[in-house]
Design a protein around this ligand. Structure first.
Ligand code: AMP
Length: 293
């Protein structure tokens, strides 16, 4: 028998699909995305495939997480290419909701995850995480997943979802997944498609700045300002790079650090031309020691 991946558009069909599986005590692994899929997304799907009876991927470019001057209308789309990639990694069903059904007239309920949404991207993209938390909670309610997979590339998004899951007693396991990178270190992102060949070369500066910060951490540097200065100097070498933020933060609260102790996250958002890219790296003496044993 040929395997055919299902495509569901209506919220009612999606609910019926997941409720039927839950009745049979099947586990559902869920990967929410905005599409234009790359190896980073596929790694989440493979992990979900390995850990669950069924895998569901949603593709929805969520308007409420884009600011008025952001790239909602030109966000890259390739539905047929995406469907083929999902089918090839063994995804059971694709959920492709219509914006008009997700946000019908009269929609007025939003989720605000407070503290952890404020720094970093929350400061430069007001309302972004409110849109993210709202769509993710809605998708969780529709899909009723056993586990949901999120990339560490968007570490603040991951922490926002984790806080929401704890605070609102959600019955879903949030599974963090490592950042997948291109051969030269650039974190994979659908937005990398906006870069010209020359900008693509310059974009490697984000990862290189993080590696320089990792070098400081390995040497035992404790002063957070030195990390920020070192990263800023690396970014400044690229002619088309403009810094949105460069910060050293606590791995869980994401509040800025002044002194670095056992663990820290270096996080940055940099515009290369008109394209805003983000990346981050976790430094942790304890986990490093564990890995070495
Ligand atoms: P997006 O389509 O950009 O909303 O991303 C959907 C999911 O894929 C989110 O959980 C992202 O964090 C994750 N993701 C995106 N890029 C990567 C990457 N390079 N490595 C790992 N996960 C990623």
């Amino acid at each position: 028998m040929v395997f055919v991946m299902e495509r569901l558009t209506a919220v009612s069909d999606m609910k019926a699909w997941s409720r039927a599986l839950l009745k049979q005590s099947r586990t559902i692994g869920f990967v929410p995305t905005m599409g234009y899929l790359h190896e980073g997304h596929l790694a989440l799907m493979r992990r979900a495939r390995a850990e669950n009876d069924r895998v569901l991927v949603s593709i929805f470019v969520n308007p409420t997480q884009f600011g008025p001057s952001e790239d909602l209308n030109r966000y890259p789309r390739d539905l047929e290419g995406d469907a083929k990639k999902c089918s090839d990694v063994g995804v059971d069903a694709l959920f492709l909701p219509e914006a008009s059904q997700v946000y019908p007239p009269g929609f007025q309920t939003y989720v605000d995850v407070e503290e952890v949404s404020r720094p970093l991207c929350g400061a430069s993209r007001p309302g972004h995480f409110r849109g993210v938390a709202t769509i993710v909670l809605k998708l969780f309610n529709i899909v009723a997943p056993t586990r949901a997979y999120f990339g560490e590339k968007d570490r603040q998004q991951l922490r926002v979802i984790m806080a929401m899951a704890v605070d609102l007693d959600l019955d879903v396991e949030i599974v963090p997944c490592e950042t997948v990178r291109e051969a030269d270190g650039l974190a994979m992102s659908s937005r990398n498609a906006y870069l010209s060949p020359d900008q693509r070369k310059q974009a490697v500066c984000l990862h290189q700045a993080l590696l320089e910060a990792a070098g400081l951490f390995d040497k035992g540097e404790r002063n957070a300002d030195r990390y920020v200065r070192t990263m800023s100097q690396r970014i400044a070498q690229e002619p088309d790079a403009g810094v949105d933020y460069i910060s050293l933060v606590h791995p869980e609260t994401l509040q800025a650090l002044t002194d670095v102790d056992d663990a820290a996250v270096a996080a940055l958002a940099v515009k290369i031309g008109d394209t805003r890219l983000i990346d981050n790296m976790l430094f942790n003496h304890r986990s490093r020691k564990i890995q070495q044993t």
